[in-house]
Design a protein around this ligand. Structure first.
Ligand code: 0X9
Ligand code: ZN
Length: 316
């Protein structure tokens, strides 16, 4: 695999399997569940084995189908952690890093074959008398997590919708979707170990921390906000002063929306350091970020991980 272009799911999965074969002492690849259409949700675990239980980091990519820079960035991070082990020893020796490059594989493939700007998964509600929208496909997985799901009742278009035909459809019920169910089951089972959760999206150049469902500040905003600034500074340095990511909670830097994975990981799984990154750009190309920008963008994504993981390691 290379990072000069965007790749199909099969190429990404092959790359993960090859890496595990080549570096069995460092990388393990396994499926945490299946998508609606039956594709595996593959996770790579990277970490040097220690004789104690290591703190863990979970990295979520590709929850939104059209945000191609997200899988590209997190696979680049995976590559660097393994192939550039010397430079990333502090991360790989101290933590186990779980990387899920494509949380929405059905949607991702659909953006390669049918509709480049598809966002949701590809689930179809069963056809029944009660189904008023039999033609509408897909749930926004970042509205389907079960923490304050479907709140608030007064919503705007981006906040999460009960209408199956819109782009931010929240689904039938919390965790109605197999993809969000699989991720939450896995994260919940490892919640005693996971200390950092990063979700990579595009676009907007922002670092967002909980809450997204309310404008009330999170209880440890005095920890999360300075950490987000550290990450933003690391990106600024990595980008040679070109990128200044804005930091804050979603209602302040973008919009409020409930049912996001980030809010659930913080609120229900109890992970302290939860951040969502909106990778470049700021709208010139938007979701259609040219492939030439993959490597610089992915380096910024890695810089943010390095910043948060090193700071957090001192608090443990
Ligand atoms: O709307 C979203 O899900 C995210 N923006 S995007 O353009 N990548 O779709 C922002 C999510 C902020 N966090 C939550 N809403 N939980
Ligand atoms: Zn997104």
């Amino acid at each position: 695999m290379n990072w000069q272009r965007y790749h199909r799911l099969g190429t990404i999965y092959q790359f993960m399997q090859d890496l595990a074969k080549q570096f069995p002492h460092l990388v393990e690849v396994f499926s945490i569940g299946k998508s609606f259409e039956g594709r595996d949700l593959l996770v790579a675990k990277i970490g040097k084995k220690q004789n104690y239980e290591k703190p863990a980091i979970f990295i979520e990519g590709g929850i939104h189908a059209r945000e191609w820079i997200s899988p590209a960035t997190v696979t680049f991070i995976l590559r660097q952690l393994v192939l550039n082990y010397d430079l990333n020893q502090d991360i790989v020796n101290f933590y186990d890093v779980y990387i899920l490059p494509v949380m929405n594989p059905d949607g991702y493939e659909f953006t390669h074959t049918k509709d480049r700007l598809w966002r949701k998964n590809r689930s179809k509600a069963p056809i029944s008398l009660g189904n008023l929208f039999p033609g509408c496909v897909g749930v926004d997985l970042n509205r389907n997590f079960g923490f304050h799901w479907a709140e608030p009742s007064i919503k705007h278009i981006r906040g999460g919708s009960s209408l199956p035909c819109v782009e931010t459809y929240q689904g039938e019920s919390p965790f109605s979707e197999s993809e969000s169910r699989a991720v939450s089951d896995f994260v919940f089972s490892k919640r005693h170990l996971i200390v950092i959760y990063l979700s990579y999206h595009s676009y907007g150049e922002k670092i967002v921390y909980p809450w997204s469902y309310t404008a009330q500040p999170v209880y440890d905003v005095d920890d999360l906000h300075p950490m987000a600034i550290e990450m933003s500074n690391a990106i600024f340095d990595e980008s040679l002063g070109k990128k200044r990511f804005e930091v804050g909670s979603s209602p302040f830097v973008q919009y409020s929306a409930s049912g996001g994975s980030d809010d659930w990981v913080k609120g229900s799984a109890g992970v302290k350091w939860v951040f969502l990154l909106e990778l470049p750009d700021k709208g010139k190309y938007g979701f259609l970020l040219p492939a030439k920008q993959i490597v610089p963008t992915a380096r910024a994504g890695l810089a943010a991980l390095r910043a948060v993981s090193s700071k957090v390691s001192y608090t443990l």
